[in-house]
Design a protein around this ligand. Structure first.
Ligand code: AMP
Ligand code: ZN
Length: 283
């Protein structure tokens, strides 16, 4: 595990410790759990896969091939090589086989029909496929690479939209076996700033791309990310930690009933889930 050379560099070693602490504090993993890691090919998910393997967990990679031209090809090949080197099983789900179309076509249709922005559509589809495949792979836990910056963005975006309640499920452990139909999603990088993960991945010399998704432009999240550049990691941590103090109160006062989607059988807040609403536009 150490052959990518972490000896000479002063690593933000905090990361591995922070991940272990978050897992312990929030009881994210139980003994013998099969952990499926949702791999985008970026620094966050690659780093968390590496760290969980290093900590001795039973990990399995799950990557959705979005068919975003060269960008997807490079990410896919990087992850195939990475998992081979670390002897981690990897499942690649082909979006075209799953849904009959690549992500660009799906986004273009939804933009035209419903004026949905790219990241919303992509997020809904990814969550739906990841949940379905995590269950197929008998995952006890589904890990995503969401980090402190993502979480701070969520808090501020929800607040600015005037809908703080959207963050009611914000936690290093969302969904869960308690909620029928969900593979429990966990975010062990919840309290780790993006800057530290970048340093870690570079120090470990992971063979990955650092550029953002080519489709992610002009969205509210991208704008929020831009103006949050002026906020320090310490302040981001305060935003996330202070919001976490509010979450239990929000939960007791607001209970959202989860239903089963009439079309696909996946969990949904309404009669028909958001993914099936998207699929209906593609027919
Ligand atoms: P993003 O929404 O692109 O910021 O990604 C957030 C997290 O979702 C990543 O850290 C991954 O864990 C997961 N993810 C994103 N894209 C993919 C993908 N193509 N396949 C599998 N998991 C993904
Ligand atoms: Zn559905």
């Amino acid at each position: 595990m150490e052959k990518r050379g972490d000896k000479s560099i002063d690593l933000p070693m905090g990361i591995e410790k922070k991940v272990a602490e978050t897992i312990k504090k929030y009881s994210l993993v139980s003994e013998g759990d099969k952990i499926v890691v949702a791999l985008s090919g970026g620094k966050d998910s690659t780093s968390i896969l590496y760290i969980l393997k290093k900590l001795g967990y039973d990990v399995h990679g799950l990557l959705i091939d979005l068919h975003l031209g060269e960008w997807s090809k490079i990410h896919n090949n990087n992850m195939i090589k990475f998992c081979e080197e670390l002897e981690i099983p990897l499942t690649i789900v082909d979006l075209k086989k799953e849904l009959g179309q690549g992500i660009c076509f799906i986004k273009a249709v939804l933009k035209k029909q419903k004026n949905f922005t790219g990241c919303t559509v992509c997020g809904i589809i990814k969550r739906w496929i990841l949940n379905k495949w995590a269950k197929k792979l008998w995952a006890d836990k589904l890990v995503t690479g969401h980090n402190l910056d993502d979480e701070a963005q969520n808090v501020l975006m929800n607040f600015l939209k005037g809908n703080v309640l959207l963050g009611v499920n914000s936690s290093p452990a969302t969904g869960g076996k308690a909620v029928e139909g969900f593979a429990q999603r966990i975010k062990p990088l919840f309290f780790v700033p993006e800057s530290e993960i970048r340093k870690y991945a570079k120090a470990k010399k992971f063979d990955i791309l650092y550029d953002k998704c080519p489709c992610a432009f002009g969205t509210y999240r991208v704008e929020t990310r831009e103006w949050m550049r002026g906020i320090s990691d310490i302040e981001k941590k305060k935003i996330v930690e202070n919001f976490q103090k509010l979450v239990p109160k929000l939960r007791t006062e607001n209970v959202f009933e989860l239903k089963t989607c009439k079309e696909c059988g996946e969990p949904s807040s309404g009669e028909i889930c958001n993914a099936c609403k998207i699929f209906a536009c593609l027919k």
